[in-house]
Each structure stands twice: as C-alpha cells, then as structure tokens.
Design a protein around this ligand. Structure first.
Ligand SMILES: [Zn+2]
Length: 342
C-alpha cells in the first residue's frame, strides 16, 4: 500500500469554461467561489443522449456565465438529463434549481440534504440566525459578534437563490446508473446531515464530495439544530467506509485535485483529528468556553464568516471529548457552557 497520495493531474487544472476528462465519460470542471477556498470541482458524466452533473456550483453571475459556455461547448448543446447533489452546501446545490428548471431535469439527493437545504433557506426556527446566535452565545461568542451575524441575514441564500421544490430520494447503498456505468452511494455524516459520495467499481472512481479532500480537512461542525451532537464521531466513522474501496481508486474531491491513495488519506485525517483532540484537552485547565479555545485550535484570527465554521468545528471536538468522558460540561448562570477535564 503506498503511503503517499498521487495526483495524476498534478500540473494541470481545467481551464475556465473547459473540462479535463479524468476517466471515460467523466469530465472535471471548476467553478469559482467567493471565499478563501476559491473553487469547487463539478463532474459532468456523459450520457448516451445528454449529461448528468454531480454538484452544481455557487450561484453567481460568474458561475452562470461559465455554465453557458459549457452548455454550448462541453455539452455540445445536449441536455442535462439529471442533476445530482452530494449535499446541501451552497457551492454544491446553489445552481441545482436553475439547471433543473432550464432542462426540466430531475433532481437527486438524500432526504437529509433536501430538508436541511429548505430548513436553512426558509430560515425555519431552529435553523435560523436567531438559533445560530443562541447556540454560539452558549459557547461564549460575545454578544457584539452575534449582532453582526444578525445584520448579515440569511447567509445561506448568498449562494442559493432558489431550491428545487421536489427531488428523487437517494438512499445509502443505492445504485444509480449514471453515464454508462453503475455508481453506488456511500453515505457520510458529520459534515452535513446525509452526504452521498458515489463509487463506480467498473471505473475505479469515487466522487467524494466534501467527505474526502486531498489537502484540507473537511469542516466538521456542531450547529444549532443538534447542539449536543457528536458530529466528529459520525465523521470519523464515515471516513472508515472508504477503507473498503481499493487503494488505486481515483478519488474525485470537491476541492483540490483528483488523487489516488484513499487509505493514507483516511489515516492522515484520523491522525489530524486525534492531534486536534489532544491539543485541546492539553490546553484545558479551568472551565473554559469553546470561543475562548479558538486560538488553541486555530491559532489565528478569523473574519466573521470563518468564525462561524471555526466555532462549530471547535464545539464538535469539545462535544466529542465530552461524550468520550474526557471532559465534563457545565452550564453557568450566564447560560454559557464551559468545559473542564473530567
Ligand atoms: Zn460541504
């Protein structure tokens, strides 16, 4: 088993508006993102009379313009016959409704992702900014920062102008015939409610979504609707599912380059989180909030948007240690949760 990752396209990226064919009938394209993480990879699969797309891009003028180029160029004027989303995050589902409506194409995703998308988009109680502020407030986010979140409104809608109103439900272990081959869904948890990666045995290819990225570690967060959850445990267990796949599988991640080396990458991600857990527990002396521990875990200052994800990730690690009995959690008279060694 090789202990390093290999990148077959280490010196190549898809040019804007064009694709790289990474396997028979599997086309890699990139779309821009308005964040530090500045791109997402999408996958167009060639059907006999059209195309299937897996993930759709963040909704922006730039992304739509790029899609127009692909409609006429890459897709040669043939229709999008199916739109699949690995999960509900805006960079993945943002243009799903636009594509579905334009081509009258069916939309496929899991129930967990479909309902999470709608709950956030509509700002339902428990999924809205009020709930987010209350959740982060209990973990020590200062009131001043919480107010700024409120002024920014529903950040989910920045990249998702509208959502498909119905879908075709994808379950764990389902086989989808996409392009000219069968793809089996592999569920993942901890990054989003019911993420679906797709594995094609015939092509030795895994469309990994955000569950297995080559360079960065996937965000694992605890959010307002499941405040006591152990999402890190769910995530680590999900990673292990990929160990059943052959190590020469070509992994097609949503960010970064396609790679081979599932087993060393899963091992590195486990090691990364164990190191994070050890760092956190070593830093905890007296009772302390998640917000106060952000510098320990990340060691740098974030803008507000990044703070959201950093704090959710910090809570995920603390909840994991709490559920494991390493830490105990108290709620003080200011309603803040504070963690200390058990
Ligand atoms: Zn994601």
């Amino acid at each position: 088993m090789p202990n390093r990752l290999s990148y077959p396209w280490h010196d190549q990226l898809p040019v804007s508006g064009q694709t790289i064919e990474v396997g028979p009938g599997i086309h890699w394209l990139q779309m821009p993102l308005p964040f530090a993480l500045n791109h997402i990879n999408l996958w167009l699969l060639r059907e006999q009379h059209g195309w299937t797309v897996v993930d759709t891009g963040f909704d922006s003028e730039e992304s739509r313009a790029l899609w127009e180029q692909h409609f006429n160029g890459t897709m040669a004027g043939l229709p999008m016959q199916r739109v699949v989303a690995t999960h509900y995050h805006p960079d993945h589902i943002g243009l799903a409704d636009w594509l579905v409506q334009r081509f009258s194409a069916p939309f496929h995703c899991s129930l967990g992702e479909f309902t999470a998308a709608h709950a956030l988009w509509h700002g339902l109680p428990g999924f809205d900014v009020v709930a987010l502020n209350a959740h982060f407030g209990r973990h020590g986010l200062p009131a001043g920062k919480a107010i700024q979140y409120r002024e920014r409104g529903n950040t989910y809608r920045w990249g998702v102008k509208s959502l498909p109103l119905n879908f075709n439900r994808v379950l764990a272990g389902d086989t989808l015939h996409l392009g000219d081959a069968d793809w089996v869904t592999i569920p993942g948890h901890g990054h989003s409610p019911e993420h679906m990666a797709l594995y094609c045995e015939e092509k030795r290819c895994l469309i990994a979504g955000d569950m297995l990225l080559p360079k960065i570690s996937t965000n694992v967060g605890v959010w307002a609707s499941e405040p006591d959850g152990d999402s890190l445990k769910l995530f680590l267990a999900s990673l292990n599912r990929f160990l059943d796949l052959p190590d020469d599988t070509l992994v097609l991640p949503s960010h970064g380059r396609p790679f081979r080396g599932i087993h060393p990458r899963v091992a590195a991600l486990h090691a990364h989180h164990q190191e994070r857990l050890a760092t956190l527990s070593a830093a905890i002396r007296g009772p302390v909030t998640a917000f106060e521990l952000l510098p320990v875990l990340f060691g740098r200052v974030f803008d507000l948007y990044q703070t959201m994800f950093a704090l959710a990730e910090c809570i995920a690690h603390l909840n994991h240690l709490w559920h494991a009995g390493v830490l105990r959690r108290q709620q003080d008279s200011d309603l803040c949760y504070r963690f200390s060694l058990a």
